[in-house]
Design a protein around this ligand. Structure first.
Ligand code: ADP
Ligand code: MG
Length: 726
């Protein structure tokens, strides 16, 4: 590889035009869910009793019995085969952060004849060889098998690829001893916990219509696109998903001309095909736009039941990556592909809905609704303040370390933004006065007063807050773009369930003496007082906030390693056990998987940086040095005064010397980390404290060289190219 490859790639890009899809989108409602075995298919293909039984299982997250499973499996297979499917797979989310699938065909031999068959047994349970998935020590190799179990709350779907289709069945993944080996199982368990505690509390508040409460999720997905011809010339992007080198381009994002700008034709064609594919899969995608950084974009769906939305976000990420290739792009989901330019997040919009059709975070119009809303608000405040450490852990990984607190994404300190009006209401309740302009009139009390109208204005939203109330939902903004959102949502559900349970117990304890209204009012006010410190409406990027947060005693885990280390704190083990979301063994195994993932990510980055430094950057710099030295030598021999050039050559050579030293240092630090003995947590610390700084130093020097080395010698596509040529 040399600069010639760069030039060739650029010439190719100049000739590219938008890629057309095979069939134009004409009827979206008809298209929507065409590849999903949803309620419509179930109703038409199953007997009425089977359909009813299945729906009941789906609604109550119960397992199907054998006979019913056979019927469902057969109907599913017929539907899939009619659409060209030959194979099925249990589709699951191991603790790798991505999805896994192992395909089996429907083929079965009957008297020497091949028939297409799918049994209830195969639908309900699969046995992938699980020994190669991370288990954090839960599975000894001799009992390596795990099993996957159908999650009927998330419908089966067909993935169409160039040469056929595959029926995918969303499943949970467990060990034979019953421990969760995936992100889905704790999510399902936390959903149950939230349901239990929310219904219990709503009953106490006098609601007898609600039978079921479930969390909702809408995740806005940010991503970058880079042309594949340039991507292939960047071994760092290929191996790590981010650039380990690259000098600042002459133009970055300072002109602010990309955000909401008109979408480039090749990119728009790509987005349209992504939407087409996702609509077919029943993912309700809604929004597309350019993001802040050059070549950065966003896709957002309409929110859904969380267990489904989490699967749908996994599908979004897969479809983005696959469709990008067809359009000559690589889709980068890494949190920070480029230094000095905004990174990518995944805004996790979270709320709770009831089977009677209410959003529990919708501010009410009547005193009763108003009381319910304030109770839910108090629950979330208590949850985030009490378990800020835990929430921080769910977003802790190597990629997100570049983003959190980097003046472009929420800080690593968790706080809640409520907006001015709602904060006024909270203050008024604490002070026992009336909110807003009516301060001097009678006091505000829950169950009696009506909330002053809260404006739902998109313009004054505070973008610097990690956890913001946006009208009728909370937006957890610190989640990383590459992350599976199972983990953050499991924790959100659990910590809120914990608060709901606390509030319910308090009301049960005190309502006999003082009556329901006073009991509710008192516990809400008590929680507002106690957890007021978590509220912050100001600029989360400012240095003052860091000082203020420290004064308030809010935890600040500056990096992933510190945050992960706290996951198995006693308080957290007890919490997960109490709500049957994760056993202590499961928590500890998850913690070691997070540490391992961190170590592996940094190890791969370290190796890539070393190899690119040694075999691409150094030789290019040396070739350039040779040319300069020869030129200076020739000029000198001809009797010309080249003092300035000589000085420049000396400076250049000194930089190369420093670069070689930095390579040696990174190598030494890397060796040290590799051979470190001790716990996996200690290992992660060594990577963080030794390897990461050595990589940063190497990059600094490399980026300096990039600005001096002959452009015709530089092998890596430059930022000005990868970010702007599409
Ligand atoms: P933004 O200004 O942040 O883009 P939007 O109103 O477009 O805000 O919403 C962002 C996301 O929030 C969307 O995916 C939307 O469907 C989701 N959302 C809206 N209401 C809820 C809710 N009740 N629960 C969960 N997510 C929701
Ligand atoms: Mg948003």
């Amino acid at each position: 590889m040399s600069a010639a490859a760069r030039t060739a790639a650029i010439q190719l890009i100049a000739r590219k035009s938008p890629v057309a899809v095979d069939t134009k989108i004409t009827n979206v409602p008809q298209l929507f869910g065409a590849n999903v075995f949803g309620l419509e298919q179930m109703r038409t293909r199953l007997s009425e009793s089977a359909y009813k039984a299945l729906r009941s299982c789906m609604e109550h997250s119960q397992a199907l019995d054998g006979a019913l499973a056979d019927q469902v499996a057969n109907a599913m297979k017929e539907w899939a085969v009619e659409r060209g499917a030959t194979h099925f797979t249990h589709w699951f989310q191991p603790m790798t952060g991505s999805t896994a699938e192992k395909h089996d065909s429907f083929a079965s031999l009957e008297g020497g004849k091949l028939i297409m068959e799918f049994s209830g047994k195969a639908l309900i349970k699969g046995e992938p060889d699980a020994s190669s998935f991370p288990s954090g020590g839960l599975r000894a190799t001799f009992e390596a098998r795990g099993y996957t179990a159908w999650d009927p709350t998330s419908p089966a779907f067909l993935r169409e690829t160039t040469n056929g289709s595959t029926l995918c069945i969303p499943t949970a993944f467990c060990s034979w001893t019953g421990e969760a080996l995936d992100e889905k199982t704790p999510l399902l368990r936390s959903t149950e916990a939230l349901n239990r505690e929310a219904v219990r509390l709503l009953r106490l508040l006098g609601d007898d219509k609600v039978h079921y409460v479930y969390p909702t999720l809408g995740c806005e997905q940010e991503y970058f696109l880079v042309d594949r011809d340039l991507y292939f010339l960047r071994p760092d992007l290929i191996a790590t998903g981010r650039t380990l080198f690259g000098a600042k381009p002459p133009k970055g994002q300072e002109l602010e001309d990309h955000y909401f700008g008109s979408i480039a034709p090749r990119v728009l064609a790509f987005m349209q095909e992504v939407e087409l594919e996702l609509w077919k899969l029943g993912v309700p995608v809604k929004t597309r736009h350019n993001e802040v950084a050059p070549s950065q974009y966003e896709l957002a769906p309409i929110f859904e039941r969380t267990t489904v939305a989490v699967d749908h976000n996994m599908l979004c990420m897969e479809v983005l990556k696959q469709v990008a290739q067809k359009h000559g792009f690589q889709c980068l989901l890494h949190e920070k592909p480029y230094a000095g330019i905004n990174g990518s997040g995944k805004h996790n919009n979270w709320s709770m809905a009831t089977d009677s059709g209410d959003n529990l975070l919708e501010p009410g119009k009547s005193p009763e609704q108003n009381m319910r809303f304030m109770v839910m608000l108090a629950a979330v405040m208590r949850a985030v303040d009490t378990h800020a450490d835990l929430l921080r852990t769910t977003i802790a990984h190597a990629g997100n370390d570049h983003r959190l607190g980097a003046n472009e994404a929420p800080p690593a300190i968790l706080s809640i933004y409520l907006g001015e009006q709602l904060t006024d209401v909270v203050d008024a309740l604490i002070a026992g006065t009336r909110a807003g302009s009516d301060k001097k009139r009678d006091t505000m009390r829950l169950g009696v007063s009506v909330l002053p109208p809260l404006p739902r204005d998109a313009t004054d939203r505070n973008r610097t807050s990690p956890f913001a109330f946006t009208g009728n939902k909370f937006e957890f903004r610190a989640v990383g773009s590459s992350q599976a959102c199972g983990k953050p949502n499991s924790v959100l559900n659990t910590i809120v369930a914990d608060s709901l349970s606390y509030i319910a117990s308090e009301i049960e304890r005190t309502k006999g003496g003082k009556g329901l209204e006073a009991a509710v009012n008192d516990v809400v006010v008590e929680l507002f007082k106690k957890h007021q410190r978590i509220l912050f409406n100001g600029n989360g990027y400012s240095a003052e906030w860091h000082a203020e947060a420290a004064k308030r005693g809010l935890p600040n885990f500056r990096n992933a390693v510190d945050a992960i280390a706290n996951f198995a704190a006693k308080k957290n083990l007890e919490l997960f056990e109490r709500f049957a979301v994760l056993s202590s063994k499961e928590v500890e195994s998850r913690m070691s998987i997070m540490f391992e993932a961190y170590c592996k990510a940094i190890a791969i980055e370290g190796q890539s940086a070393l190899s690119i430094g040694r075999t691409m950057i150094l030789p290019a710099a040396q070739r350039s040095q040779l040319t300069v030295a020869q030129s200076v030598g020739a000029a000198k021999a001809a009797g010309i005064d080249v003092k300035v050039q000589e000085k420049r050559l000396r400076d250049f050579s000194a930089r190369i010397e420093a670069f070689v030293l930095a390579i040696d240092d990174l190598n030494a630090q890397f060796d040290h980390a590799e051979h470190h003995s001790g716990s996996v947590g200690e290992h992660a610390k060594t990577y963080r404290d030794k390897v990461v700084p050595a990589m940063v130093k190497l990059r600094e020097l490399a980026d300096g060289l990039e600005t001096m080395v002959d452009d015709a010698e530089w092998p890596l596509p430059k930022y000005r190219e990868i970010l702007f040529l599409q």
